[in-house]
Structures are given as structure tokens and as C-alpha cells.
Design a protein. Structure first.
Length: 145
């Protein structure tokens, strides 16, 4: 969790400091940034709704957790992480921060690894997770990764 919040902080600092720009304020970056942020927000909100009281900030599933397989979880196993990635990447496009974008893209391998760690724990807690993982191809972002 400390590494995750440190990366979030570094992205925020990069967003608000003067540095190299991505597009010099081009319209395409604004449109793409807004679209990615909207998609990320929607993905995260749908994931929180489908997960209900199972949401935790820690990588370990709660003792009383129930395996979430409905809603957006029919398409992707870790949609909250995917939503966070899309939010940060889109935000860096909107504020036109190249360093922030590079740091936001670093969330992809970070959350990929964190999700892999969580999947080991989920199989231990919920043996049905192995079959679910085999059925749901996408790990972070539906139809992409």
C-alpha cells in the first residue's frame, strides 16, 4: 500500500509541476483524456457497486468476503485497478504532463503484479476463484488487459 500511495503522490506532484508537455494543449489530448477519465470513473463505480461490502484497500481478501462475479466482474477480474489506471492516464493527458503520464503508465505493471498477488490469495480463500479466473480473460481493463 505504501508503494501504491507513493506512486499516486508522485503522479500528483508531476501533474502540478512545470515539465515537458504531451501535446502542447492539443484538442485530441483533451478529448482522449476526458474519455479515459470518464471510462475509468464508470469502471470503478460499477466495480464498487458489484463488489458491495467486499471492498478493502488491502490486497488480502476479508475473512467474510464473498466472491464477486456479477456486473462488471463478468468481464474483468480487477476492474477497480483498471479504473484507477484509466483515471490517472486520462488526467495526465488533460493536464498535459508527460512525466505524469509516464508515472501513470507505471501503474499498469504495478497493478498487474498486485492483482496477481491478490489472485493467489483469492484462490486460497475462495477455491472457486480458479475457475472464475479461467472464465474471465481480462485482468484490469475489459477487452484490453
Amino acid at each position: 500500500m505504501a508503494a501504491q500511495f507513493a506512486l499516486f503522490g508522485a503522479i500528483a506532484v508531476a501533474a502540478w509541476t512545470d515539465g515537458p508537455e504531451i501535446s502542447d494543449g492539443a484538442l485530441w489530448a483533451t478529448i482522449l483524456g476526458f474519455a479515459l477519465m470518464a471510462d475509468g470513473f464508470l469502471l470503478a463505480v460499477l466495480a464498487f457497486g458489484a463488489m458491495g461490502f467486499n471492498v478493502t484497500i488491502f490486497p488480502e481478501p476479508a475473512n467474510d468476503s464473498v466472491l464477486a462475479t456479477t456486473g462488471v466482474y463478468r468481464f474483468v477480474r480487477h476492474p477497480i485497478y483498471g479504473g484507477v489506471i484509466l483515471l490517472f492516464v486520462g488526467g495526465m493527458l488533460l493536464v498535459d504532463s508527460l512525466i505524469g503520464l509516464v508515472l501513470a503508465l507505471a501503474l499498469i505493471p504495478f497493478f498487474w503484479a498486485k492483482a496477481g498477488h491478490e489472485e493467489v490469495r483469492l484462490i486460497e480463500r475462495h477455491p472457486a476463484y480458479a475457475a472464475y479466473r479461467d472464465q474471465v480473460r481480462w485482468r484490469l481493463i475489459p477487452f484490453i488487459a
